[in-house]
Design a protein. Structure first.
Length: 103
């Protein structure tokens, strides 16, 4: 089924012009935090800060994991729980040092 140019694609992942992306929202939130947050905590904070947006835990979790893959966020595991924090400025400036094994 081909959608007509008049009907907008409701499944589009592109944000509306002038509207921040999920990555921007999540990164901005984590940058202002002193300690790591769970995906549920991030979701709750974004829901409160942006009531006009439909915030889903799965979307926030995927955004957080995408941030980990791209070096924007760090994952912290404590038992079965997973927490996320923004990458510190020192870590962001030298990502290769963290990847090299100690000799």
């Amino acid at each position: 089924m081909v959608s007509s140019p008049e009907s907008p694609n409701t499944n589009s992942t592109r944000p509306e012009p002038g509207r921040p992306t999920w990555r921007e929202l999540v990164t901005e939130f984590l940058s202002g935090q002193r300690e790591p947050k769970s995906s549920a905590e991030v979701t709750a904070a974004l829901t409160e800060a942006y009531p006009q947006r439909q915030v889903q835990v799965a979307v926030v979790r995927n955004t957080l994991e995408h941030g980990v893959a791209h070096g924007l966020t760090e994952r912290h595991r404590q038992g079965r729980s997973v927490f996320y924090s923004a990458v510190s400025a020192a870590s962001a400036s030298s990502p290769q040092e963290a990847e090299e094994p100690a000799q």
